[in-house]
Design a binder for this molecule. Structure first.
Ligand code: HEC
Length: 167
């Protein structure tokens, strides 16, 4: 009968410990590899689905605090009343929406033919139509381009800017 000496015991125990450490390491590496094997596409799809759900269940109303995302969007739609904005600034901020592409029959910016007869009416009529709104033959021009907060001077400057570009 061979007796297990202390020395033997320590040696076997250390071997066992070593094996367990090695196993832990192998499992860790395996987990990493499996993680990397999940296709990126699947992760992306899961993320997109998550976003879609978040979009569907988001609250209907959003608090608009200065600087919040909603506030920034509003500012691009309805720029804050700014006294003395240049005609070009006002045009880009408010009028371009319709007058660049010719939305709803709006005379296009820089389109001489479309503006000729309009310019012939005289500036005062153009100002008045831009300020008060105007139902023409082709469509409806909302008062101040729909931005009631615009100072009259800015609207007139925008008209000047548009007329100058179409002369
Ligand atoms: C929602 C679209 C829209 C926006 C925004 C808009 N317009 Fe117009 N505008 C029109 C349409 C449509 C007409 C043509 C109406 C017609 O003759 O039937 C028009 C015509 C005009 C005319 C010609 C009026 C005339 O007597 O022939 C002027 C000047 C004008 N817009 C200025 C402006 C200015 C300045 C702004 C920005 C402050 C602006 N518009 C923003 C749609 C728009």
């Amino acid at each position: 009968m061979s007796e297990v000496s202390d020395h033997d015991f320590i040696r076997r125990f250390s071997t066992l410990l070593g094996a367990l450490v090695a196993l832990t390491f192998v499992l860790f590496v395996l987990a990493q590899i499996m993680g990397a094997l999940v296709p990126k596409e699947a992760t992306k799809k899961a993320k997109a689905a998550e976003n879609a759900v978040a979009e569907r269940i988001k609250p209907v109303g959003q608090l608009m605090m200065a600087g919040s995302a909603g506030d920034k969007v509003m500012n691009t739609l309805v720029p804050p009343a700014s006294a003395g904005a240049s005609g070009e600034q006002t045009f880009k901020a408010t009028c371009a929406v319709c007058h660049v592409a010719g939305v709803a029959g709006a005379p296009k910016f820089g389109d001489k033919a479309a503006w000729k007869d309009r310019i012939a009416q005289g500036k005062d009529t153009l100002y008045e139509h831009a300020l008060k709104g105007f139902q023409g033959k082709v469509g409806f021009m909302p008062a101040k381009g729909g931005n009631a907060a615009l100072p009259d001077a800015d609207v007139k400057a925008a008209v000047d800017y548009m007329v100058d570009a179409a002369k």
